[in-house]
Design a protein around this ligand. Structure first.
Ligand SMILES: Cc1ncc(COP(=O)(O)O)c(C=O)c1O
Length: 367
């Protein structure tokens, strides 16, 4: 926030060029890519739109996993840009198995891409098979497009090593920057598809135009300069901590929430093996209205949780574990959930919950 107070600079001048060039380098480190990187002035969906619009011709098949609200949206977006989504559905709270992906990819060899929401934020589910999906696409004429909006920077995603052709994320989640910036990485394989696309329907999000401008160090349209100051600071914090340490911290904090909830007697929405390290979905106890739980926690304990979306409406609430989180946040959160659910009539085992969270958090290194 303090970084954003700096006076603005002209976005066609040398200072901007220097800043932007530095930022491209830093974000590439966070994405672990040597491919091309673009920073867009939009929310995350802008980057998803750029990915899809720049590779899709009418009727192109794109395979997409649908297991929650945001992956449903991704399927809708594919349709909106003229593509034909081939849906691999799975139950909410679960991720499709590798074998399911293999089957659908084999059955649709003409699909142009496989689009995956790596972390389904609405259900707290991570597709742990992503690396394997990258290998699968690398062996074929198929792109791997990844929506990493709620995970990049908080869990492992080495874009080049995992053969991700297009990876999109947004500033406001694990990158700890206010909303308004979106990021998209593009591999050589993806560029070949972009260049061979027959119709270009995008102007604001035309990646070929971005590529032309970036060669001189600029963006084609006015960038959100203050947000770039914030991003610069956030990237420094991320890289100072180091990616492996950062991922481990998110993992331990998430496990502390999960263990705390279970010890307290609350249920978890996601399958154990695909539970996210950046967002924990907690079932509302005894059919209690999750909106009431969240409202009480917000007003009495000053913590804001995400509500339930789509099919999960009313059943659970979501705890964000993104960015600069640590023991203090997690212990306060676990305690607030125990207190609020007790106040609403659930016999939460608060002591057990806090002890389980504390014990898990003791694995965190000193900071
Ligand atoms: C997985 C996922 N995809 C897409 C989006 C949409 O991103 P935005 O609201 O930044 O456009 C979100 C937002 O939470 C998300 O979590």
């Amino acid at each position: 926030m303090r970084a954003m107070l700096k006076p603005l600079i002209g976005h066609r001048g040398p200072e901007f060029k220097e800043l932007f060039n530095k930022l491209l380098g830093k974000t590439k480190k966070v994405f672990e890519t040597n491919g091309d990187m673009f920073i867009l002035t939009s929310s995350g969906t802008g980057a998803t739109e750029a990915a899809l619009q720049n590779i899709t011709d009418d009727g192109d098949k794109i395979i997409v996993n649908v297991n929650g609200f945001f992956s449903e949206r991704l399927g809708e977006a594919i349709k909106a840009y003229g593509g034909k989504p081939v849906v691999l559905g799975s139950e909410w709270g679960k991720a499709p198995r590798v074998e399911d992906f293999e089957k659908i990819v084999k059955a649709n060899p003409d699909a142009k891409a496989l689009a995956v929401v790596y972390n389904e934020t609405s259900t707290g589910v991570t597709v742990r098979a992503l690396e394997r999906l990258g290998e699968m696409c690398a062996d074929r004429d198929m792109l791997l497009i990844v929506d990493a909006i709620s995970i990049l920077g908080g869990d492992k995603l080495p874009v080049d090593d995992w053969n991700v052709d297009i990876c999109v994320t947004a500033s406001q989640k694990c990158l700890m920057t206010p909303p308004g910036l979106a990021f998209i990485s593009v591999s050589d394989k993806a560029w070949m598809k972009i260049q061979s696309k027959k119709v270009n329907r995008s102007y604001y999000l035309d990646l070929l135009m971005y590529q032309k401008y970036i060669q001189d160090g600029y963006t084609p349209f006015t960038p959100a300069v203050s947000l770039l100051y914030a991003l610069n600071e956030a990237c420094d914090m991320i890289l100072e901590e180091g990616l492996p340490a950062r991922y481990e911290r998110h993992k331990i904090c998430a496990e502390a929430v999960y263990n705390g909830m279970e010890a307290m007697g609350l249920g978890l929405y996601a399958d154990k093996e695909s539970r996210s390290h950046t967002v924990a979905a907690v079932n509302s106890p005894m059919g209690m209205d999750e909106g009431k739980v969240r409202e009480l926690i917000r007003t009495k304990y000053g913590i804001d949780f995400g509500g339930s979306l789509g099919k999960a409406k009313g059943k659970m609430f979501r705890v964000g574990i993104m960015g600069n989180v640590g023991s203090a946040d997690i212990m306060t959160t676990v305690s607030a959930i125990g207190s609020a659910t007790s106040e609403l009539g659930f016999k939460a085992k608060i002591d057990e919950g806090l002890e389980a969270a504390r014990e898990t958090l003791s694995r965190l290194p000193e900071r």
